[in-house]
Design a protein around this ligand. Structure first.
Ligand SMILES: [Ca+2]
Length: 194
């Protein structure tokens, strides 16, 4: 099933089926298409910085392709700026080896990490084990609130494809409010289309 984000007040809402009872709020992202490639970065602990508008983060998404063969096991840590203190570490994610395949992979932090809106944070991808022949996908300088870093320290003039945000389970009243807001917004959108 194809999920489409809805953009409200600068934040993207990805509405999941009711059975999941979750709403994914994407705060910052760099998601232009088509995805382009970068050379192997496994040993370089690549970083993407960002400036949140929300007060927390539950997950970070990046786009990977892994060379043919065994999978790669990766994780993401969030730092208080490049070279700053490590604020949290994600669970390990396994990415299959196939040069003919790329996709977003989600790295969930064990619990929500508090952020200060307006400050710069760094998401750093770390090799845990497995295939070191992996690449992250990126674009030119398409994200205005941060940059990619090469070898963990050197700023580059491009940005990785990434998304970050939180996952919420709405209370019944909150869910009803979100549904009402979506209905109003969709109604106005349909009016504008006619
Ligand atoms: Ca940038």
């Amino acid at each position: 099933m194809k999920l489409r984000p809805l953009h409200l007040l600068g934040i993207s809402f990805l509405i999941l089926p009711a059975a999941h009872a979750q709403i994914v709020l994407i705060d910052q992202q760099n998601d232009p298409q088509p995805v382009t490639w970068i050379d192997s970065v496994a040993a370089l602990s690549p970083i993407q910085t960002f400036i949140p508008t929300l007060t927390g983060i539950d997950f970070a998404d990046f786009v990977f392709t892994v060379a043919e063969g065994v999978p790669a096991q990766l994780r993401v840590q969030i730092r208080n700026g490049v070279g700053g203190a490590v604020l949290g570490m994600s669970a390990v994610v396994e990415i299959p080896g196939s040069y003919n395949f790329w996709d977003y992979y989600r790295f969930d932090f064990q619990s929500r990490i508090a952020l200060t809106p307006g400050q710069t944070y760094a998401l750093q991808v770390i090799q845990v084990s497995g295939n070191t022949g992996w690449i992250m996908h990126r674009h030119e300088n398409t994200y205005p609130n941060g940059t990619a870093y090469w070898d963990g320290v050197a700023p580059m003039d491009y940005d990785y494809n990434f998304r970050e945000g939180i996952v919420v389970v709405p209370e019944p009243a909150t869910g009803a409010l979100v549904s009402l807001c979506l209905a109003v917004c969709l109604g106005r959108r349909q009016q504008l289309c006619h």
